[in-house]
Design a protein around this ligand. Structure first.
Ligand code: AP5
Length: 191
């Protein structure tokens, strides 16, 4: 299973990716988490990424693509993977297509979580009380939503046109959202 999880900041990608990936026995690969790890370690990648993350902008495609290429080449991703927050640009879609095709596989499904705009902001402001994330300030949270609409929302049509899109209502309790995703994925397996 090779899955993509999409959705605006605060939609619950990370929360749900961990649960769904565990259920399928594949790694959840979050580009945001990998960047934050590198920021924490003070690596050159982290120093480069931090400039963009703090402003709520996307890290350049060249940096992000090579990081994902290396990560999905690791042995634990051989049976499959769940990409949380990648691809986010059309250039990343093209790059991912090449990576997956080169390994003789294909993307099986792209799950997009939909959540009301104000709920997104409220979730992230609540997380800001404890997360310590430098991009969880109200201005940057709102800018991240704009960047998503401009650069990533158009990808939804790309995966819809390929017949790979599964849209899931991300409102409500975490467990209810998980159940909706699992049901949608089970539906694919039996269709
Ligand atoms: P990333 O870490 O991926 O941040 P994001 O996309 O802004 O998403 P979030 O982590 O804020 O939200 P989420 O949808 O994962 O929701 P979560 O489960 O955490 O990326 C950070 C930055 O890295 C980017 O801005 C960019 O700079 C860079 N980057 C990453 N990928 C990149 C790429 N491909 N290209 C270029 N740059 C890239 O939940 C959010 C909160 O809501 C949590 O507190 C959670 O507990 C809560 N919550 C979750 N579900 C529910 C629910 N059902 N009800 C109530 N609360 C809930």
């Amino acid at each position: 299973m090779r899955m993509i999880f999409m959705g605006p900041p605060g939609a619950g990608k990370g929360t749900q990716a961990a649960l769904v990936a565990e259920h399928h026995g594949i790694p959840a690969i979050s580009t945001g988490d990998i960047f934050r790890y590198n920021v924490g370690q003070g690596t050159p990648l982290g120093l480069e990424a931090k400039k963009y993350m703090d402003a709520g902008e996307y890290v350049p495609d060249s940096v992000t693509n090579s990081m994902v290429r290396n990560r999905i080449a690791e042995s634990d991703a051989e049976p499959g993977f769940l990409l949380d927050g990648y691809p986010r640009t059309l250039a990343q879609v093209t790059e991912l297509d090449g990576m997956v095709e080169a390994s003789g596989h294909a993307i099986d499904v792209a799950v997009v979580l939909t959540v009301d705009q104000e709920e997104l902001v409220q979730r992230l402001l609540k997380r800001a009380e404890t997360s310590g994330r430098s991009d969880d300030t109200e201005d940057v949270i709102r800018h991240r939503q704009e960047v998503y609409v401009e650069q990533t929302a158009p990808l939804i049509d790309v995966y819809r046109d390929r017949g790979l899109l599964v849209e899931v209502d991300g409102m409500g309790e975490v467990a209810d959202v998980t159940a909706r995703i699992m049901a949608a994925l089970d539906g694919l397996a039996t269709s």
